[in-house]
Design a binder for this molecule. Structure first.
Ligand code: ADP
Length: 454
């Protein structure tokens, strides 16, 4: 096992990793940018080190800055959290070349799953159904040919993409002609890679994902699925487990198929396979995330597994130590992403000082956050202030607990989406468990925003 881990991330996930290190008895050093000097993780850690200015390219995304911080502080491993360098095969390789361990899949594995388009083909060869789509697009003419073959509407997707960014819905050849070049340059600017592919657009879909873990010896388990259908602009805002859209038999089948495919494809460490489920209930694989996910707490609440500890142990070369039969998922959990953005003003990101903060409590309530009264929310990073997760024996009780906890949660001084969450919980489509990923974009958030302000 490691003796000291450098936490190369910020916000709530830095704190989450710090907590895992503490319970495992491993030392931890929090790496922070100048804008995060006052972050809770930096304050609570026994050791913290500044790795550069606010601009993430020169701090959290800078391999030399992160690796030298790990070397200087005597760490033997680096935990990248999510986002930033967490799925960067080149970084994982350089970390290893410095005699350190990257906590995540080995560099070769990250490389194999780096392209979304290639991963589609790889996992299709291992038994997962994928949405009809194209290979990598050569040029506009090729895109038009492929779209005609697949049939409109199609989505243009950046192969190196993530976070729902850069995708475009195309309904006609004309739209494809006007969008192709723009998508290319957006992908280049956003991900440093301009490769694009097409996928048939599924009109009313649900987003389901299967959590897996594979150790170095090829032993694997799944920890059930999460339903992340409540989204805005392809970004998740509420997640729950189990999915109200699956029967037990369908769940077992999907999860078993997912585990089999990744083991055969040589995956290692924690991972999430994402699927879209169409109106008929057929699940199509869309991508794999080779890291800890934002929404992992709901799986932890139902299974009792500390997934960050598991991720660290796998990276250290330890066997999983449990089998599928040991994974028992109980009850129902829901996570709400608490974001610093104003739903009434087109979700504009908010920054500034948190004047007051009161966390909710009670049975089955968990708050993962780095904020505190007096904390200054920097404008440089994403708008995630924290995650409120609730657990209860069944879904309707989890919804009731969620609403009670959201009522208690107080974030003063900055506008958040707390009321929007309450409005979604009160919505019939959500209560019936019938949300599709386009719900908020289709009806707009105005009815929810208005209801939330009641
Ligand atoms: P990213 O890697 O940017 O998060 P994903 O491929 O995971 O992108 O897709 C994110 C979301 O975009 C999905 O949850 C879904 O809402 C929507 N989406 C992706 N692919 C399709 C598709 N083929 N048809 C309809 N919606 C899609």
């Amino acid at each position: 096992m490691f003796s000291k881990i450098l936490i190369a991330n910020r916000g709530e996930i830095a704190l989450r990793v710090l907590r895992a290190c503490r319970t495992l008895g491993i030392g931890a050093v929090v790496a922070y940018s100048e804008a995060d000097r006052d972050s809770l993780a930096a304050q609570l850690a026994d050791e913290a080190i500044c790795i550069g200015p606010a601009d993430a390219r020169r701090s959290y995304l800078s391999a030399p800055a992160v690796i030298s911080a790990a070397v200087v502080t005597g760490c033997d491993a680096i935990h990248p959290g999510y986002g930033f360098l967490s799925e960067d095969a080149g970084f994982a390789d350089v970390v290893r070349a410095h005699g350190l361990t990257f906590i995540g899949p080995p560099a070769e594995v990250l490389e194999r799953f780096a392209s979304k388009e290639a991963t589609r083909r790889l996992l299709e060869a291992h038994g997962l159904r994928t949405i009809p789509g194209s290979g990598m697009l050569r040029d506009e003419e090729h895109a038009l040919e492929e779209a005609a073959r697949i049939g409109y509407p199609v989505l243009i997707k950046p192969s190196a993409g993530g976070g729902g960014k850069g995708m475009r819905l195309i309904r006609t050849p004309h739209e494809l002609e006007t969008s192709f070049k723009v998508s290319r340059s957006e992908a280049k600017a956003g991900f440093g890679d301009d490769s694009l592919y097409l996928e048939k657009y599924l009109e009313d879909n649900r987003h389901l994902e299967v959590q897996v873990a594979v150790d170095r010896f090829g032993h694997a388990i799944h920890m059930g699925e999460r339903d992340c259908s409540v989204q805005r602009r392809h970004q998740k805002i509420i997640e729950e487990t189990p999915s109200p859209a699956l029967t037990d038999a369908a769940r077992q089948e999907l999860c078993a198929r997912a585990v089999r495919a990744v083991v055969e494809a040589g995956y290692e460490n924690l991972g999430t396979l994402e699927f879209l489920v169409d109106a008929k209930g057929d699940a199509y694989f869309i991508e794999i995330n080779c890291r800890i996910q934002v929404e992992h707490p709901i799986t932890e609440m139902c299974t009792g597994i500390d997934m960050v500890a598991m991720q660290i142990a796998i990276a250290a070369g330890e066997p999983l130590g449990i089998t599928q039969a040991d994974v028992v998922s109980e009850g129902h959990a829901i996570e709400f992403r608490i974001l610093a953005e104003d739903p009434g003003k087109d979700f504009r990101p908010q920054s500034g000082q948190i004047l007051g903060y009161l966390a909710p409590g009670g049975p089955g309530v968990r708050m993962d956050t780095h904020i505190y009264a007096g904390y200054e929310v920097p404008s440089y990073y994403d708008s995630l202030l924290g995650k409120l997760s609730v657990w209860a024996p069944d879904r309707s009780q989890a919804i009731a607990r969620g609403d009670a906890a959201l009522r208690e949660l107080l974030v003063d001084g900055i506008t958040t989406n707390i009321d929007l969450h309450r409005a979604i919980l009160a919505n019939e489509v959500f209560i019936d468990g019938k949300v599709t990923t386009n719900l908020l974009d289709r009806v707009g958030s105005a009815p929810f925003v208005a209801a939330g302000n009641r």
